[in-house]
Design a protein around this ligand. Structure first.
Ligand code: GSH
Length: 195
């Protein structure tokens, strides 16, 4: 059985949600980053990790891609134009949203106090707001980023929406906010939240 390592209120949520969307059985090892359980499978101490027959896979996007390709769900097939567009959304989200929130987290509580620069957050908030306008231009009319198909970047972006709320990065009323409101009603999202 798959083992998902990492606490729910981190990027581990992406993997838990995908597991529920795909109807896969798994054991959840609810361990925080840098704990002995995590260090045993990832030398950086970061979460999530997925353990498959004793072999760890590290990084949420690598895990989601592995599961999606293996089970033929949450993805367009490799080698198609749609897959290229799906991967393009994933990279946009990682570059413009994940990286910005992660930088804010690093300068809030991750880095040693003497290496934090609190002033950077105003710049990051400005960048985040600019990126919302960009993705609103690129996303479909719904219900998902690419229309009817619910795919990996929908999971990543929606998890980032929750992360933004906790980090006090504003998502103004508009297309992206409406998209978040509809995504969090998915039964698998609700099930993963209770994991
Ligand atoms: N690109 C990685 C990032 C993993 C990551 O940074 N995870 C955070 C929690 S969301 C973590 O473990 N942070 C602890 C640390 O940096 O020491 C992924 O998507 O899995």
């Amino acid at each position: 059985m798959y083992q998902v390592v990492g606490n729910t209120n981190t990027r581990t949520f992406r993997v838990l949600w995908a597991m529920h969307e795909m109807g896969l059985e798994f054991e959840h090892i609810d361990a925080p980053a840098r704990s002995p359980e995590v260090l045993a499978v990832n030398p950086s101490g970061k979460v999530p990790a997925l353990i498959v027959d004793g072999t760890p896979i590290i990084d949420s996007v690598a895990i989601l891609t592995y599961l999606a390709d293996k089970h033929g769900k949450l993805t367009f097939p490799a080698g198609t134009i749609e897959r290229a567009q799906q991967d393009s959304f994933t990279n946009l989200i990682l570059d413009e949203f994940d990286a910005v929130l992660w930088m804010a987290a690093r300068h809030s509580f991750v880095l040693p106090a003497e290496h934090r620069m609190k002033e950077i957050k105003d710049s990051l908030r400005w960048e985040f707001a600019r990126s919302i306008k960009l993705i609103e231009q690129r996303m479909s009319e719904g219900p998902n980023l690419m229309g009817e198909a619910f795919t990996i970047p929908d999971i990543i972006l929606t998890q980032i929406g929750s992360w933004a709320r906790v980090s006090k990065f504003d998502v103004p009323d508009g297309k992206l906010k409406e998209y978040f409101r509809s995504q969090i009603k998915r039964p698998a999202y609700i099930a993963a939240s209770a994991t």
